[in-house]
Design a protein around this ligand. Sequence first.
Ligand SMILES: Nc1ncnc2c1ncn2[C@@H]1O[C@H](COP(=O)(O)OP(=O)(O)OP(=O)(O)O)[C@@H](O)[C@H]1O
Ligand SMILES: [Mg+2]
Length: 256
Amino acid sequence: MTTSVSRGGLAVAGVSKRYGSMTILDEVDFHVAEGEFVAVVGPSGSGKTTLLNTVAGFVDPDEGEILVNGAAVTGPGPSRCVVFQEYAIFPWLTVRRNIEFGMRLKARRRPAAQRDEVVDRYLELMGLTAFADALPKTLSGGMRQRVALARAYAVDPEILLMDEPFAALDAQTRETMQETLLEINQKEKRTVLFVTHQVEEAIFLAERVVVMSARPARVREVVPVPWQGRRTHELKTTVEFIELRREIETMLRGSA
Ligand SMILES: Nc1ncnc2c1ncn2[C@@H]1O[C@H](COP(=O)(O)OP(=O)(O)OP(=O)(O)O)[C@@H](O)[C@H]1O
Ligand SMILES: [Mg+2]
């Protein structure tokens, strides 16, 4: 543990959480290297959101600690930015203002001219340029999540936390969004912790997958994802992909 703590990125060290007499997280330990994309999969209700919330600083662990680039997490802060399942964007702000919003809040604020430049870049990267002045209610669900992603990347936190960000989308939009996320993360390499209950999504997106057990959540295994190079949705139909998916799904079922 002491070795992971001294490195950059995210270290989750011996984290336990109880609600009343119920243990939700049981000595959870893992590490996300700087610039690495790690997914956490676990059965429904196993404690994935609780885990992500402890990293975000919304929930205090009973035991253990969380370090982001060596600094202990003691509450919410600008080093971490969360993309939630539900569209957490402001309905009264335009797309542009929504993306800009996080940058205004950040402790180390940027000058206005620089903010405009950053917003323009993310509008472009997310294919939202034509919708810069639109209000969220005029956008589809997928586009709203693009705004949420753009906002999170624009803040440029030390780590990006994503809690099933595509779960509310239809299957086809979800696939497109997964490819968009891979694309943006390839261009703007960030440290990402991505929570999902879908094994397919986890192994499509991540470099390593942390497989959790059913409640109380423990780390069952950390699985490296072998695909090299650019990932497109065709990957999901390859034998290697299907085999790894089955293997992890079996691990998850074994823990139920
Ligand atoms: N604030 C709280 N008070 C009491 N119990 C809680 C609280 N937050 C979560 N729990 C319980 O902790 C357990 C894990 O919940 P959590 O939302 O972390 O699971 P999850 O893996 O994210 O589930 P899902 O797959 O449905 O998103 C559940 O049994 C839930 O009822
Ligand atoms: Mg959850």
